[in-house]
Design a protein around this ligand. Structure first.
Ligand code: EPZ
Length: 431
């Protein structure tokens, strides 16, 4: 199994480019099969979650062609009415977007129930409520979710909780329903807007994405398009916080600064210098940062996917900080690992009380999920001495070339494969 060996204490410096947004690419690739025409999608990140959704599309007969590392041609016309059982797909949360896409196009979908990162209970009742409102019959049998409809008809849907996944799934199915659909209390994340723009470029009629009321006028069919995915807000944020935690100076390019506002404002508040230009943001920290309080919220609030990263940063800040997680109920599992690096953090329910320490010290740590794994890499980059981070497969679900990009910023990080020679670790230099 591979792990990252990191020697910490080096301030990151330089410039990096951000990849396309994983959480936009997942629904965009899934909905590319909603037309019989060929769709070209650019700026697709090369990460394992994306490879999984592409493999699922191929497994049901869809044509997937890699034009280059980040560009795909998708053609859904050969898709047969087959269940999506692909083993890889169950591991990714975004696989449930195939339900909305297949239900919208074929009025029938059978998709293995998704798991995704273990960050708490992740019900899909709001997705089900939306599909039922559009006229679908939904049942769960043998680990599969089965959605069927004679006809999909537009409806008025009020979401009980702001859900990114439910908003996206309902939007996809409603795009090809008869009549008008309104989604109230909709999620406003940039990837919700990106999917709406993508579907509109295929002929859908979706208005209001990015506000909490989305109106969809169903159309009979969708057509070909060429579309480029927005930059990944969370990948960008992760490098911004890595720059701050290591007291470095990093320019993060190919971003939409507006999507990063909740992050830039917190970084400024704790004493970082942040400079924004049209499509880049520079983060520099020259001294120990100060404490603050943070609560995760749906967009435009502070994202839950950046909660572990800010906890790491505040773990090194001066004074006591409080981080409240309001989206997922068990997203502090990584705190035990951080404590072993010397952090002083007490978790009470959904709140972490952080007494900042002067420095962390390196040790062997395990990544419990994608974002927590990335946050532990930041902790290791800032720590004194060596850290080995295991279970990096979680991290590589969502970060393209993570060690390579960090090395380009001066970090000492290597991918080590201890399977190559039993009993002996082989160190491969990367980047
Ligand atoms: C998406 O998950 C992202 N995943 C997550 O990113 C992200 O953390 C999350 O949105 C919040 O921003 C993908 O886009 C693939 P939700 P999703 O539905 O859609 C509750 C990452 O690291 N809820 O917005 O699953 C739910 O329990 C991942 O990239 C219901 O109660 O999240 C949670 O408390 C991790 N019923 C809240 O809503 C439902 O039917 C928000 O969940 C659906 C959700």
């Amino acid at each position: 199994m591979e792990y990252y060996a990191i020697r910490g204490g080096i301030p990151l410096s330089g410039e990096i480019d951000i990849a396309g947004a994983k959480n936009a690419a997942l629904p965009i690739l899934a909905s590319a099969i909603m037309t019989n025409d060929t769709v070209i999608v650019e700026n697709v990140p090369d990460v394992s979650d994306i490879r999984a959704i592409l493999s699922a599309i191929s497994s049901i007969g869809g044509h997937v062609e890699a034009v280059d590392r980040h560009t795909y041609k998708i053609n859904g016309s050969p898709i047969k009415d087959e269940p999506v059982t692909d083993e890889l797909v169950q591991k990714i949360r975004g696989s449930y977007y195939l339900i909305g896409a297949l239900l919208g196009k074929y009025h029938h979908a059978e998709v293995v129930l998704p798991k995704g990162c273990a960050i708490g209970l992740r019900p899909i009742d709001q997705h089900v409520k939306g599909f039922r409102a559009l006229g679908a019959d939904i049942r769960i049998a043998h680990g599969m979710i089965i959605a069927e409809a004679k006809e999909l008809t537009g409806s008025h849907i009020y979401l009980d909780v702001v859900s990114v996944g439910a908003t996206i799934n309902i939007m996809m199915a409603a795009a090809l329903a008869k009549g008008n659909t309104t989604i109230e209390n909709a999620a406003k994340e940039p990837h919700v807007v990106d999917l709406a723009n993508f579907l509109n470029s295929m002929g859908a009629r979706i208005r209001g994405a990015g506000t909490d009321v989305i109106r969809i006028r169903g159309v009979q069919s969708l057509h070909s398009t060429e579309y480029s995915i927005i930059p990944d807000q969370i990948e960008a944020g992760t490098y911004m916080f890595a720059a701050a935690a290591t007291r470095g100076d990093v320019t993060i390019r190919n971003v939409i600064p507006k999507h990063l506002e909740s992050l830039t404002s917190k970084l400024k508040e704790v004493g970082c210098q942040v400079e924004e230009s049209d499509d880049a943001v520079r983060v520099a920290a020259t001294r120990r940062l100060s404490n603050t309080h943070v609560k995760t919220l749906p967009y435009p609030g502070f994202p839950t996917d950046m909660q572990p990263q800010i906890t790491v940063l505040l773990g090194l800040a001066n004074g006591t900080s409080i981080v409240t997680e309001s989206i997922f109920e068990s997203r502090f599992k990584y705190v035990d690992e951080l404590t072993r690096m010397g952090a002083q953090i007490k978790v009470e329910g959904n709140t972490a009380i952080i007494d900042g320490v002067d420095h962390f010290t390196g040790t062997r740590i395990i990544a419990p999920d994608l974002r927590a794994g990335a946050a532990l890499v930041i902790a290791a980059l800032a720590a004194e001495g060596r850290s080995d981070i295991h279970d990096i497969r979680y991290i590589e679900r969502g970060y393209e070339d993570f060690p390579e990009k960090l090395r380009a910023l001066g970090a000492d990080i290597r991918r080590v494969d201890d399977d190559d020679a039993p009993g002996r670790a082989v160190i491969r230099r990367v980047g």
